[in-house]
Design a protein around this ligand. Structure first.
Ligand SMILES: Cc1ncc(COP(=O)(O)O)c(C=O)c1O
Length: 423
């Protein structure tokens, strides 16, 4: 017998491992796995409760009224025309991303390194040619348009469909693109007729509310993936949406609906009804989003300040709830303790300091780069939201557990230095 070889997603594996260690009584600082700390607003929870009676299958593309509401929502928030015909609803964006990969045949997939953990396995499962586009600490991990142009010119085959996945605000590094930066990237994408998957799942959690959508700049070939997992604190509810271009080729649309019909049938109907309420533009919704942004900005900036105070390199996050931290200033010290790569580093940090981080190599970075993703979500989200309009100091009280984790990380690094000095 022969089966597909595919490992469990790195993020889920880490979460399970940390939980297992916790059951042995070891306190673990959970800075690796990232899940929204917030809850869907009470009126959205009530909408879900009231929808429990719904048991019908909906059209594969989703409830028409929900597709219309999502179209209106993004038209208003992102400032470009979207109609309901462009919207497909599904049980999570992960499935939509994987179905997009499936809908293209024998494509070239350009993936920035680092990128979210699941894109590369999804491309590999479809047998696409994976081409990494390196990004660098010095240029804030942003894809450089000239380098992208050179990469496509060098590796692209004429006639092959080309896809790139751009995710911003980004998981794992928390940085994003300005409108001008997207304009420069769009020029290159247009030149090479590349389809862009714009994974904008963290868009509404841009810390300053300044997200620019690639679809407003490169509307002809941008497929936006988004959903309720992050901004609505509803990851486990599984509600994702795809915003297709206005003139999507009928073959692509039919492939997406066909794939949905043969795999998930439709997103769960009570969740779709609750989503109708979540996607209603109101003062309450804006207040909910603004509170989340403020809490994430204040906590993210403090964690960043503490990490860099230890001598670890990190860029201050601009959106979402992650940052990429770089231990390369400690490479010599780490090598003396037989720590030569990011997997060794994260393993030893978990075992010796009880700090869970996710190795940068899970995101396509080189293991010897000694990077790791830090998620700053281990706090009581609803309580923090209540304090979102208070002074920073009040918000920061909620970050105590994570700050203790950073302090333990600092002590571990100090012990490395002391060991060196005592030799
Ligand atoms: C960048 C990115 N894209 C997509 C997803 C998947 O989201 P969903 O819960 O909608 O499947 C995640 C979830 O962690 C993510 O971080």
């Amino acid at each position: 017998m022969a089966f597909l070889t595919i490992a469990k997603s790195g993020t889920l594996a880490l979460n399970e491992r940390s939980k297992q260690l916790e059951t042995t009584g070891r306190p673990i600082h959970r800075l690796g796995f990232g899940e929204s700390p917030f809850l869907p607003p009470p009126y959205v929870q009530s909408a879900l409760q009231n929808a429990a009676i719904r048991k019908d299958y909906t059209p594969v593309a989703g409830l028409p009224e929900l597709r219309e509401r999502i179209a209106d929502f993004h038209q208003e928030i992102d400032g470009y025309p979207v109609s309901m015909e462009q919207v497909l609803v599904a049980p999570g964006t992960k499935l939509l991303l994987s179905n997009i990969m499936h809908a293209f045949q024998d494509a070239e997939v350009y993936l920035p390194a680092p990128s979210w953990v699941s894109y590369a396995p999804q491309a590999a499962m479809e047998g696409h040619r994976l081409i990494r586009v390196p990004t660098f600490w010095e240029t804030q991990w942003r894809v450089d348009p000239e380098l992208l142009d050179a990469t496509i010119t060098c590796h692209g085959r004429s006639g092959a469909d080309k896809l790139i996945v751009l995710n911003y605000p980004n998981n794992p590094h928390g940085l994003t693109y300005s409108r001008d930066e997207l304009l420069a990237l769009a020029d290159v994408l247009r030149k090479h007729e590349v389809w862009a998957i714009a994974d904008e799942i963290y868009a509404l959690l841009h810390h300053r509310g300044l997200h620019a959508s690639l679809a407003s700049i490169y509307p002809e070939r941008t497929l936006v993936t988004t959903g309720m997992s992050k901004w609505c604190g509803a990851g486990g509810w599984r509600l994702g949406a795809l915003l297709l271009p206005q003139d999507t080729p009928a073959d692509l649309y039919d492939a997406m609906v066909g794939l949905g019909s043969e795999t998930y049938s439709c997103a769960s109907v009570p969740i779709q009804v609750a989503a109708l309420s979540a996607y209603e533009l109101s003062a309450e919704l804006h207040d909910f989003l603004n509170r989340q942004r403020r809490v994430l900005a204040v906590i993210g900036h403090m964690i960043h300040a503490e990490v860099t105070r230890l001598g670890i390199r990190a860029h201050r996050p601009e959106g979402g709830f992650y940052m990429l931290i770089d231990f390369s200033p400690f490479s010599e010290l780490l090598a003396r303790r037989e720590i030569h790569g990011d997997a060794d580093l994260c393993e030893r940090l978990l075992e010796e300091a009880g700090v869970a981080l996710l190795p940068g190599s899970c995101f396509g970075l080189t293991a010897t780069d000694l990077t790791a993703r830090l998620a700053y979500v281990d706090f009581d989200g609803p309580a923090a939201l209540n304090d979102a309009k208070e002074d920073d100091a009040v918000i920061l009280r909620h970050a105590g557990k994570m700050l203790q984790g950073i302090a333990d990380l600092g002590q571990w690094l100090n012990r490395l230095s002391e060991d060196k000095d005592s030799r």
